[in-house]
Design a protein around this ligand. Sequence first.
Ligand code: PGA
Ligand code: ZN
Length: 426
Amino acid sequence: MTTNQDVRLTGVSAEQILDSRGHPTLQVEVVTADGLSFFGSAPSGASTGEHEARELRDGGTDFRGLGVTKAMTFVDSQIEPVLTEKAWTTLDQIDGTLAALDGTGNFAKIGANTAVAVSIACARAFAHQQRIPLHQWVSEQLGTTPVMPVPHFNVVNGGAHAANDLAFQEFLIAPTGARTISDAIQMGAEIYAALESELRSRFGALGVGDEGGFAPDTDDENQVLDVLVRSIERAGLSPGLNVRLALDAAANSFYDGKYYRLHGRWRSADDLLERYVHLAANYPIWSIEDPFDESDRDAWRDIVDRLGSTVQILGDDIFVTDAQRIRVGAKEGIANAALIKPNQVGTVTQTLEALRAAQEVGFRTMVSHRSGETLDTFIADLAVGAGTGQLKAGAPARGERVAKYNRLTRLQKLHPELRYAHWWAD
Ligand code: PGA
Ligand code: ZN
């Protein structure tokens, strides 16, 4: 029996668009029986976890092998016929059908890029069918209270995202002391401008990394953190009070299987741990993501023991938005928070499962973009609806990054009852 809550699709199609790095990616359109179109597009990572769901790329010479025409063909030849066959009661049914069509367990056949774009488009169709906003649909799936997240602006880039010698990939500012999202965005933009002047006077020519953060020519994270603190002050704000700092070391990218490369020297996990302890003691750093390689689980446990009571130890590549990996990680005590990236696992349904697992084990969560992005703003609604209190979507600059922050502004206008997160006071 079909009900008026069911979604009936009359068309599913895909196009190859360019992402923010100029690489091809997929945009999917689903058309519902009432003639409306809903879209979803796939982002793409550069510093990926070993166990991420697989992207489908063409290979060959066009676009240096990165084309997604095979994925488009899958949408036309296999996904559209199945998804237009019947009415769907839940997104879970559609996402389960995608997983069954794929059959590999990690989307190695149809591609996680294909799956995530279809799944996001369908999530929008379900919310519309129920005549509720997307963030509310998310919150109903999870039983959460929607909240405006604290934006984590990535303002200095290193690692795999920039051409400088900084080992750590991301230096983020989090306006935890803002009262509203518009305050927070203003703080982010004003600090970004102050930071640009500070860095220019110190380093001269200034590159920009993949996520819109500056890429100064240095390998010294102390120097970066000093400049960040000064820039916060120059913007008339108080480091640690209005604005806290966060790091994503993305340590997979400077690990050789045994040692970590920092400042041109190979260091043990213990040395690196001491470095984090020193940084957390000297700067208002409240969150450290991927401090060690995903295989170096003892080191993860050590950092939770040393810093976990005051610092968020956030797992990205080690959990890859996978519910089971989050549960195991919690049991092992290797983190106290999980990063949430829908394309890392493949579908919105699996993303919701990861969020549920994090809730169960008492982990905080941060919703995240990828270094290769599109103008799709799904993650903003996801962060609000899931009540994570944290969203990272890059610098407060560049279209594909500000699209997410601007979506928060829009949601605040449409839903003035949404409160700005205040987890730092917990
Ligand atoms: P990625 O980087 O999108 O290149 O994986 C983001 C992150 O590591 O958080
Ligand atoms: Zn990361």
